[in-house]
Design a protein around this ligand. Structure first.
Ligand code: MTE
Ligand code: MO
Length: 412
């Protein structure tokens, strides 16, 4: 241990130490920004700040390749010095693997438009998986290597035996060293704190391959009470799409609202010949159609083969009679905050839908029920949840995420 430290302190060793520190700080920044971006809690709290945070995460992520490349330039020498230290070599491989994996999957996520949904889906799974395994590994590594953990007496007295006692803790030793104990405790602590979220995530990404138990749970927890329940058409139940494949991440910028027959209504107004308004009892009677379509979020996840049943936007606009000067529509969420703007030209697509059922069941409150917009050919930030108003306007509207940096034109 002593020799290793001494070598690090000299010449190129100094560079390695600096490199290690830089890299450590980069990982800390990426971990913190990444976890905040992942945490649903922060979506509403941060609002616009989230977009800045995302750009910071991407910028630092790109910069993280610099210490990696620099290390690779020094690696030959470092490698010779690690001769006979298989665990340290192993550690270098593991850490480099994580850093490169994060970097590459991160670049694919950053360039989601270029690579398309399939690749960014895979990149997101890889990015998450690396985080759930790599972060505990790196935290464990940095805590157990921290200076305060190293028993100075033990280090100097037993420096020569180090490689032996590292690998064979049973060699003549104080029964159970403080360091070994603390290491064990840290390992258990990490397993207990990070383990459950990791398992949950793993279960969700694997278990939901065929539609999944988790959507049933969302339905179970549905906070809406709207009667009568919409009756699915035969194409919806059983769903002609065969059931959605993938997993919705519940996204919201407000607390999840809940609706009942008394507080829910739906309006179409603005530049129309006939402003319309429905209570739920009338709304469920509107003629619906069924479509099967994929759902893509810009953050890299998708849900494939959703069977949506609802009112085509086209048909609803026909009912209201759009005036000639109208150019686009604002879609309002019943959460009172979220909106999105879409041009009439874009809305002319047959699959633009005001959806009421998903796979034959009422859309649960977490997923935007009772009614959400579905724009399958656009990224899902256009698919306004808890939709309750459509306003026709002359110009263009810049919606919630569009004001915060997402493109107003959102074709997948
Ligand atoms: N009202 C509202 N609608 C919304 C959002 C939101 O935060 N609030 N997020 C959008 C984004 S970015 C996505 S990816 C989808 C997510 O839908 P889900 O929560 O049902 O998975 O909803 C879209 N519609
Ligand atoms: Mo999204």
């Amino acid at each position: 241990m002593k020799g290793w430290l001494e070598r690090l302190r000299k010449g190129y060793g100094k560079k390695l130490v600096a490199l290690h520190a830089w890299n450590g700080w980069i990982v800390v920044v990426l971990a913190l920004t990444g976890l905040i971006l992942l945490g649903g809690f922060w979506r509403g709290v941060l609002g616009e700040g989230r977009v800045w945070l995302k750009w910071a995460h991407i910028a630092v992520g790109i910069a993280s390749i610099m210490p990696i490349l620099y290390y690779l330039a020094l690696a030959g020498k470092h490698w010779r010095q690690l001769r006979g230290k298989p665990w340290q070599k192993f550690n270098v491989y593991v850490v480099l693997g994580f850093l490169l994996g994060w970097f590459l999957s991160g670049v694919l996520l950053w360039q989601f438009k270029l690579v398309g949904p399939r690749i960014s889906n895979a990149a997101l799974v890889a990015h998450d998986l690396l985080t759930w395994i790599g972060l505990p590994y790196i935290i464990y590594h940095s805590i157990t290597r921290a200076k305060w953990l190293k028993d100075p007496k033990r280090r100097t007295v037993q420096a020569e035996n180090r490689s032996v006692d590292e690998l064979h803790p049973a060699s003549p030793q104080p029964v159970y060293t403080r360091r070994a104990f603390i290491r064990g405790a840290i390992g258990v602590g990490l397993a207990v704190t990070v383990g459950p979220s990791f398992l949950k995530w793993l279960g969700e990404s694997l278990g939901s391959a065929g539609g999944g138990a988790s959507i049933d749970k969302l339905i179970e927890n549905n906070a809406n009470e709207l009667l009568p329940a919409p009756q699915p058409m035969t194409a919806s139940s059983p769903p002609i799409g065969g059931g959605a494949q993938g997993h919705f991440r519940v996204y919201t910028v407000t607390p999840i609202p809940s609706f009942n027959n008394a507080n829910w209504s739906f309006r179409v107004d603005g530049l129309v010949d006939q402003p319309l308004q429905w209570k739920w009892e009338e709304f469920v009677k509107l003629a619906r159609t069924v479509q099967v379509s994929d759902f893509h979020c810009v953050t890299g996840w998708s849900v494939y083969k959703n069977t949506w049943e609802g009112i085509p936007v086209k048909e609803m606009l026909k009912l209201a009679g759009v005036q000639g000067k109208a150019k686009s529509a604002i879609f309002y969420s019943g959460d009172g905050v979220y909106t999105s703007g879409i041009t009439l030209e874009q809305l002319a697509k047959d699959d633009a839908m005001i959806a009421v059922l998903h796979d034959g069941k009422p859309i649960p409150s977490d997923l935007g029920g009772p009614v959400r917009l579905i724009m399958p050919k656009m990224y899902a930030y256009k698919s306004v949840k808890w939709l309750n108003r459509i306003e026709l306007i002359e110009g263009e509207h810049i919606g919630y995420w569009e004001q915060r940096g997402y493109a107003n034109e959102a074709w997948v």
